[in-house]
Design a protein around this ligand. Structure first.
Ligand code: UTP
Length: 296
């Protein structure tokens, strides 16, 4: 196998309506909701940087401009902090700065589905492999490596598309993209087919795709057909399924814990899990949890 093209690009779709978080998301993007003190989008950008991503494309929609502002220089704020010698605060802003020209935004004028959102990035993607990170999924790394870095390594190993997968309860298959599996070594699993949101009785397995992907550009011609799938939306899963056989396609059982911050319970769990990792908060949170669990 010749060396695969280096993975340098990531698409971050943030154009969804975030209906599960109304009214909070009426006037602010879901991806700006903080877990502890960082917005969801920051976790996705950090994970992508760790995986070697250098070029970012946000797929935005109306009312999402604060996401662009977040990565801009906050001139007045920074100047005031400097004047007041608030070095810690200036340091806290550092992760939100991004090299000039390395982030672009494309508007998805209508939220017609994840597949449509990715199709909107076609000029950015060109003929290159690309990562997709759905910022409402955050993955707490178990070992040294973040989830996307693990996918990037698997892409270099296989030379094809790789999606992060996890087992879900059978009764929940109708919420996710589900794999029809082939050879499985316990870490990498060959993908023979993909189905979006199958009923539990029709699901070929209970291995579901989470919001991390590395795809080869072969998926783009299928996306450009803009065929509607489950829920009347243009589904990324359907286009990916058509590339099976044309490019190697694998699922990766990543190491780490995924929190689905697109739903309220997952979001609350993430707050606790990430706060417990923070030396300045862990003791206080543990004390609070003990007090609270005594009460229930
Ligand atoms: P979700 O299924 O979580 O949809 O999309 P949503 O609109 O964000 O949230 P709910 O279900 O209404 O509460 C998964 C990801 O795909 C993006 C979303 O922004 C999210 O990151 N997305 C979805 C788009 O960018 N465009 C779309 O048309 C649909």
């Amino acid at each position: 196998m010749s060396k695969p093209k280096p993975l340098r690009k990531a698409v971050l779709p943030v154009a969804g309506l975030g209906t599960r978080f109304l009214p909070a998301t009426k006037a602010m993007p879901k991806e700006m909701l903080p877990v502890v003190d960082r917005p969801l989008i920051q976790y996705a950008i950090d994970e992508a940087r760790e995986a070697g991503i250098e070029e970012f494309c946000l797929i935005t929609g109306r009312g999402k401009d604060s996401l662009i502002d977040y990565f801009d220089i906050a001139y007045e704020l920074e100047d005031t902090l400097r004047e007041r010698n608030k070095i810690d605060c200036l340091k806290a802003l550092e992760p939100s700065s991004i090299e000039a020209g390395s982030l672009i935004a494309v508007r998805q004028q209508e939220p017609l589905g994840l597949g449509h959102a990715i199709w909107c990035a076609r000029s950015f993607i060109g003929d290159d492999p690309f990562a997709i990170l759905l910022p409402d999924d955050i993955v707490q790394a178990a070992s040294g490596k973040g989830c996307l870095k693990q996918l990037a390594d698997a892409y270099n190993e296989t030379g094809g598309s790789v999606v992060a997968v996890t087992e879900v309860p059978r009764e929940q298959t109708n919420r996710y993209g589900i794999l029809d599996t082939g050879k499985d070594d316990g870490r990498l699993v060959e993908v023979k087919g993909l189905v979006e949101k199958p009923k539990p009785e029709d699901a070929p397995s209970n291995l579901s795709i989470i919001g991390r992907y590395v795809l080869t550009p072969e998926v783009m011609p299928y996306l450009s057909k803009l065929e509607k799938g489950a829920g009347g939306e243009v589904q990324l899963t359907d286009a990916m399924a058509k590339t099976i056989g044309q490019v190697p396609f694998h699922g990766l059982r990543y190491e780490g814990t995924r929190y689905d911050c697109g739903n309220k319970l997952g979001f609350l769990e993430a707050q606790v899990a990430f706060a417990l990792e923070r030396p300045d908060l862990a003791d206080g949170v543990k004390e609070f949890l003990k007090k609270y669990t005594d009460k229930i």
